[in-house]
Design a protein around this ligand. Structure first.
Ligand code: SF4
Ligand code: SF4
Length: 174
């Protein structure tokens, strides 16, 4: 069972490293992708955590990796951190980008269960779900191979096909 709740205490602040931040309504500063945030402490904690909103960083408060961060650290990197081992920085960033996409699609596939899918769509939904949540779990190599296989195009096409289903389902609810 995939846990979609971020467990930041058991992560290595991957979002604070991997993601780009654009100054604006939700963030009071810019940060390039792949560069540790200036507020990040060596123990993965944020030095303005208690005052994020007051400091104009609601985006940090609202962000969710859908539970991908702690999985990358513990399932793919055996609890290691890029802060202790800088050579892990790039592979951890890459794995985080892939797994958070995997988790995003799993969340959407679970939501799609509530739609009135026809038999082919229901079958495809289950097949995608099984591919995104393999029984043997993810290893770094299998995750990288999966990303190279181009699943994004396939699954986006599936969701595009569901749009009209979702629209007619919504219309019937109104
Ligand atoms: S990547 Fe996810 S689990 Fe890790 S610190 Fe960010 S939100 Fe929390
Ligand atoms: S401000 Fe804190 S929570 Fe936001 S990206 Fe920087 S370290 Fe992470």
């Amino acid at each position: 069972m995939v846990d979609f709740t971020p467990d930041c205490k058991n992560c290595a602040a991957l979002c604070c490293l991997a993601l780009a931040i654009d100054k604006g309504e939700a963030f009071s500063f810019d940060k390039p992708a792949g560069t540790a945030c200036a507020h990040l402490l060596p123990n993965h904690r944020c030095n303005i955590h208690a005052e994020l909103s007051a400091r104009g960083c609601d985006g940090c408060v609202q962000y969710s990796c859908e539970g991908a961060g702690q999985r990358v650290v513990h399932e793919l990197f055996s609890g290691q951190s890029w802060q202790d081992e800088p050579a892990l920085k790039l592979p951890m960033i890459e794995a985080f980008h892939i797994l958070r996409l995997v988790h995003k699609y799993l969340v959407l596939l679970d939501l799609a269960k509530g739609l009135e899918l026809d038999a082919a769509q229901a079958r495809a939904r289950l097949e995608f779900r099984a591919r995104l949540d393999p029984a043997e779990g993810w290893q770094l190599e299998s995750l990288q191979a999966f990303a190279r296989a181009g699943f994004v195009g396939e699954i986006e096409a599936f969701f595009k096909g569901l749009k009209s289903t979702a629209q007619s389902w919504r219309n019937r609810q109104e």
